[in-house]
Structures are given as C-alpha cells and as structure tokens.
Design a protein around this ligand. Sequence first.
Ligand code: AMP
Length: 214
Amino acid sequence: MKVIMLGAPGAGKGTQAKQIADKYSIPHISTGDIFRANIKNGTELGKKAKTYMDQGLLVPDELVVELVADRIQQDDCKNGFVLDGFPRTIPQAEALDAALENINEKMDYAIDVDVPDENIINRMSGRRACLNCGATYHIVSIPTKVEGICDRCGSPVVLRDDDKPETVKRRLEVYHEQTQPLINYYKKQDILRTVNGVQPMEDVFKSIVEILGA
Ligand code: AMP
C-alpha cells in the first residue's frame, strides 16, 4: 500500500503516518525527519536544508526529489510506504509520479488531514520535539512523562525553531501557496481522501483505517 499524507504543518499527519506504518508494516518516510537527521550529522545536505527550514521555507525541489526517488526504490518499500511531508509542491508530485511510473507503480491514496489554520497555530505553540531522537510531544495532548524530558531517550525536549509562532505563520502561507494545490492534483487522479483532523487522534486514525481497510 502506497500512501501520501497531506495536510498543513501541525495537522498531525506525522503522528498518523507513524501509526499507519506500524499497522500496515510499511516504512514511514518523512522528508522533514531525513533533513533533521542530516542537520544533526552535519552533512552538506543538512547545511543547505537548514537555511530554508529555519525560515519556514521549503527546501528547493531538486534537493528533495532525488532523495525520495531513491528511498522508495529500496527493498523495504516493496510492499508500500507512507510518505509524510512529501510531496509538498506540484513539481515534486510530478517527479514522484514519474519515478513510480518507471517501476510500473502508482500511489494508492493521498489522505488529507484537514485542520483549519486557527487550530494549527494553537497546536504548534504547544509542540515539543526531542532534538536527539526526533520524538515529538505536545504540552497538552501528548505530554512527556517528566516535564521537558524525552520519554524515549531522556534528552531535553524543546520548541523547534520551525515551530515558533512567526515561523508557523510563514509555514502556513507557504502551505497554502505551494502545497494546497496538491489536493486538486490528487482529486483529479481520484485518490484523494479527506479526514477531519479536528477530532481526537484515535478517531482520526479510525477514519484513516476505514479508508485503507483493516
Ligand atoms: P516537516 O517536519 O515535514 O514539517 O518539515 C520541516 C521542514 O523541512 C519544512 O518546513 C521544510 O523546510 C522542509 N521540508 C520537509 N519536506 C520537504 C519537502 N518535501 N519539500 C521541501 N521542503 C521540505
């Protein structure tokens, strides 16, 4: 099963993508996580990506397209994968379709986790991330067991630079301009499914399972 998660930053698509990956035993491919790992490891790609990410801007298509095209052709993707944070522009979506066409495949579903901007802004200010292992939390809905400390690895959790209010506003603008057009793109391909993202996470997941099949 090959699934794309769509939705504004903070819509909860990462959390849902992880659960989909677990339930259907397919890899979770998050381009944001890949960039953050590269930043942490001080790679050339990481250095380039960071300048855009810190400003709430998208990393240029050419830095992300090849990375994903290679990733989805690895062995563990044979039974499918869930893409989280990619594609984010029409050229990225076209490049993905072309890469899949080369191996006689196509995407099965694009799931849009729909959340209004006001909810997004409230949510993101409460988000906390572990810069060591990448785990994410929320001070209200998914708190750490010990305040400020990652449950998984014990490192401090912080408000990521790209979750700061001024950056969130910019990311939402970028989302509406560059990513929202993908909704129509996948509607035309008849693989778009929309779920209401303003409900408890478990219910969002239930709606997704209804779409993908149990
Ligand atoms: P995310 O964790 O998916 O919200 O991504 C964090 C940041 O990484 C984004 O704000 C972008 O700067 C960058 N990024 C992640 N995925 C992409 C992509 N597919 N295209 C361009 N930039 C991306």
